[in-house]
Design a protein around this ligand. Structure first.
Ligand SMILES: Cc1cc2nc3c(=O)[nH]c(=O)nc-3n(C[C@H](O)[C@H](O)[C@H](O)COP(=O)(O)OP(=O)(O)OC[C@H]3O[C@@H](n4cnc5c(N)ncnc54)[C@H](O)[C@@H]3O)c2cc1C
Length: 414
């Protein structure tokens, strides 16, 4: 049995950031990773994906972006290279090809079963990712068997799809990006759009993430957010990692020729039925976007920046085609593929500790699993602030949790 003070599970950006913090505090630890460093980016992302956060924001503890394109958007290969370099320079103690099968609490700490080994640690940090499984609604079971179904974890490029029409379900960043890419390959695409977050790529000459950061929105703490559960489940904004298109929203897709339908509610006898409230959903998304732009303008005025920035303006409302379909017969041959872009979820099913709620999600207080002292969670949406959803948020989160972990270690073991 290997004994170490702390075990970090997962060598994505969150696990690596935590490792860096533990090393800075001279806390002996090991990172267990089932694949290689940046495994999710190597194996679970489609090749054309670019980060929707700009390069200047892709910073980790002790590492800023130093390339020559701070306003650009990193391709997947760039993320893999960045994380691999980060792990190497930090000398991160990563054990690759090591899958954790269970974590159990004992009187002295935790027992971790990984491959055929048993490890013991006083503290465990779960950094296994928020997006390791697709979140697929139960109605997926009613899809006719003749239809090819894919998720963003299995999608690679349009060449992998059979000929014919494609129904993309979900209009978050993933849904709008993939609907656009598949449409450009020559296939007719219908996009089922439920609740979504509409934002422009840039506003008044600055990237939207500049505004999100400057106005303090990303720094809002988890314990100050009114509806935290909702905040943690918000769809990702309709953004693409390109500055060529000012918007990659529903208007942009409609102009390209993508057909927009409402939320996919039911599939009965092979017929997909869409909500009739698409216009309302879009009005709400427009309203929320404008509310944020109002906040941005107020902040700019208060900061005395109005003379340095282009004047405020508003974007055209989302245009909803009154003929948008309310149903689509999936047995007619018109649609050959359904792509579920309905979100992701973490997988902690291997955790042998009663810390999960009914939905299988870990109960925690800003990443501290209070029901199992010494257990921590990192890399989840809005874990401690809204920035936790993004790569750069791991810097502050790992700092806070490493501090708590150090305090925990200073107490005598039970
Ligand atoms: C499509 C998509 C686009 C995104 N775009 C952006 C973006 O533009 N900007 C941004 O800031 N964020 C983005 N994110 C969000 C976020 O940065 C990623 O989800 C990120 O990969 C999470 O990092 P992580 O370190 O928490 O988890 P991961 O990168 O998923 O790392 C978890 C690691 O744990 C390992 N692991 C899992 N289970 C086990 C086990 N049982 N034993 C051992 N190892 C295990 C995995 O192999 C993996 O390497 C995006 C996410 C997705 C899904």
């Amino acid at each position: 049995m290997l004994k170490t003070t702390a075990v970090v599970i997962g060598a994505g950006h969150a696990g690596l950031a935590m490792s860096r913090r533990l090393t800075g505090r001279s806390i002996d630890h090991v990172i267990l990773e089932r694949g290689e460093v940046a495994n999710s980016w190597r194996t679970q992302r489609w090749p054309s994906l670019r980060l929707l956060t700009p390069n200047w924001l892709t910073r980790l503890p002790g590492q800023e972006y130093t390339g020559d394109d701070p306003g650009g958007f990193m391709p997947v290969a760039g993320v893999v290279a960045t994380l691999t370099r980060y792990a190497r320079l930090a000398g991160a103690p990563v054990r690759t090809a090591t899958t954790v099968h269970s974590v159990r609490a004992t009187a002295q700490g935790f027992e971790i079963h990984a491959n055929d080994d048993l490890l013991h640690a006083r503290a465990v940090v779960l950094a296994t990712g928020a997006c390791t499984r697709p979140a697929i609604p139960g109605i997926a079971g009613a899809i006719p068997p003749s239809i090819t179904t894919l998720t963003p974890l299995t999608y690679r490029d349009p060449g992998q799809l059979p000929g014919g029409g494609v129904l993309v379900v979900g209009a978050s960043a993933t849904g709008v990006q993939l609907a656009g890419e598949i449409h450009r390959s020559g296939r007719p695409v219908t996009l089922a759009a439920g609740e979504h977050v509409r934002l422009p790529r840039a506003y008044r000459g600055r990237d939207i993430f500049w505004w999100l950061e400057a106005t303090g929105l990303l720094e809002e703490r988890y314990d100050q957010i009114d509806d935290l559960t909702r905040a943690r489940h918000l769809p990702s904004p309709q953004l693409t990692g390109t500055s060529r298109a000012p918007m990659t929203d529903l208007n942009h897709l409609t102009a390209q020729g993508v057909r927009i339908a409402g939320r996919l509610g039911r599939i009965t006898d092979g017929v997909a039925q869409f909500s009739g409230s698409l216009a309302n959903t879009c009005t709400l998304a427009d309203l929320k976007m404008n509310r944020f732009l109002d906040r941005a303008d107020q902040w700019a005025t208060a900061a005395g920046l109005d003379d340095d920035l282009p004047p405020p303006h508003r974007f055209a409302p989302t245009r909803v085609d009154p003929r948008s379909p309310l149903q689509l017969d999936l047995t007619s041959g018109e649609i050959t593929t359904v792509l579920w872009a309905t979100g992701f979820r973490p997988d902690h099913s291997w955790l042998d500790i009663p810390a999960l709620d009914r939905a299988g999600r870990i109960r925690h207080d800003g990443g501290i699993v209070t029901s199992a002292p010494g257990l921590y969670l990192l890399g989840m949406p809005v874990l401690r602030t809204r920035a936790s959803t993004y790569i750069h948020g791991a810097a502050a989160d790992s700092q806070a949790l490493a501090g708590h972990l150090q305090g925990f270690l200073s107490r005598p073991a039970a």
